[in-house]
Design a protein around this ligand. Structure first.
Ligand SMILES: [Zn+2]
Length: 402
């Protein structure tokens, strides 16, 4: 089946925007161009996109489908049976799709529920974005995330832990390089794994053709992770200039998850978040915003990620992050590139997704309005009119008359 999307603003994911058309044939993009579409036969369905924009399917490089953005996601995860957790993950995956996100990287699940969800999705049991999965996050004994992760110590221990996640089906090996906001008894500035430990796991990931990312807040932890060769630093809230230099040298991506720290600070203890969690977030937020701005100005590669599934960062609100990226200095076009082609490159998927180009998979979003003129249109789900994954329409909404 061939469909021509015509008369719309095409934001192609490669930094270009123009009035034009996109022709989708089956699961692929057949043609993209400026101006009016070439004459097409009767069999081709035409969709008029006047006043609308068509974008590549959007990508969130850091989510946790296993929990909702409740005040205490750890308690929720502990209480869920695996059966409930799979259903919760499926519901969260659908909400993510409805927000215009067509690919997600889950940065840590538990009990194999992420792999179960992928199997179910492959069998057509539930709609999901494309899933890039990590299995269990790997932390040191007592490290951040230990109640839900896989504890490992020493280079051999990490090598084994990485191999186990890959064996289970992981596309990405998630390492914990520093303490975290949500784990009691760990401080965000404290480094956890050594460089040698992380390098063993990263080498295993790369040898298997997979990626590796590290949760890292503290200045030392960020440098350790970059030196160990991770593809992306997650959060990076306390990054310093030396860390920025190292990331530039190595081409490491920063996945800033600004939404996560902002939502903890915004909702606070009054909303039921633990006091130690709020204290840590409050101690980090200004340094995060300052460090992010310096990293952006220095030219560090950026990919969009939210940490959805932490307190009050809920599935379906993923595109709040794009607005925050713009608030912190990116142009709307740069923020959209971080959410499309740059994210696809980080995930090693840019040969298939991340831009509107002939031959790529037809992952795309139709938005009512112009996100380049006002990026906040992305936050209004009524404006996310069509979401397609591999040419298959997953979400279709009527435009609201204004
Ligand atoms: Zn996370």
């Amino acid at each position: 089946m061939t469909t021509a999307y015509v008369n719309g603003q095409v934001i192609d994911g490669r930094g270009r925007a123009f009035q034009g058309y996109v022709i989708v044939d089956g699961d692929r993009i057949a043609e993209v161009g400026p101006g009016s579409a070439p004459a097409l036969g009767e069999a081709v369905t035409r969709r008029d996109l006047s006043g609308k924009s068509i974008l590549p399917g959007l990508i969130d490089c850091h989510v946790h489908l296993r929990n909702d953005g409740v005040a205490d996601p750890r308690a929720q995860a502990a209480a869920d049976t695996d059966a409930v957790a799979v259903l919760r993950s499926a519901r969260n995956a659908r909400r993510t799709l409805e927000a215009g996100i067509t690919t997600i990287r889950d940065c840590g699940s538990r009990g194999g529920i992420d792999f179960a969800l992928r199997t179910a999705a492959q069998q057509g049991l539930c709609p999901t974005p494309r899933l890039v999965l990590s299995g269990l996050m790997i932390c040191m004994t007592g490290g951040h995330g230990w109640p839900l992760g896989c504890e490992a110590d020493g280079p051999d221990g990490l090598r084994r832990a990485a191999r186990a996640q890959i064996k289970a089906g992981a596309d990405n090996v998630k390492l914990i390089a520093s303490g975290g906001i949500l784990t009691p008894g760990t401080e965000i500035g404290a480094p956890q794994f050594t460089i040698e430990e992380m390098r063993a796991a990263v080498d295993e990931a790369h040898a298997a053709g997979k990626t590796s990312c590290a949760h890292a807040h503290g200045t030392t932890a960020i440098k350790n992770a970059v030196k160990a060769g991770v593809d992306s630093v997650e959060h990076g809230y306390l990054i310093d200039d030396e860390g920025i230099e190292l990331m530039l040298e190595r081409g490491t991506y920063l996945v800033a998850t600004s939404a996560a720290v902002r939502n903890v600070v915004k909702h606070g203890i009054a909303a039921g978040i633990r006091p130690d969690v709020v204290r840590k977030a409050e101690s980090a937020i200004e340094r995060h915003i300052d460090g992010f701005k310096r990293a952006y100005k220095a030219g560090v590669k950026l990919a969009m990620g939210t940490d959805t599934g932490v307190p009050f960062t809920d599935h379906g609100n993923n595109l709040d992050e794009v607005v925050y990226l713009v608030e912190m200095g990116l142009s709307p076009m740069e923020a959209l590139s971080a959410t499309t082609i740059a994210a696809a490159k980080l995930l090693h998927m840019d040969d298939r997704v991340g831009s509107l180009e002939a031959g790529k998979l037809a992952d795309f979003v139709v938005i009512d309005g112009d996100p380049l003129a006002d990026v906040r249109v992305l936050q209004d789900k009524r404006r996310i009119l069509t979401v397609a994954v591999g040419g298959k329409t997953m979400v279709e909404r009527e435009a609201v008359t204004r």
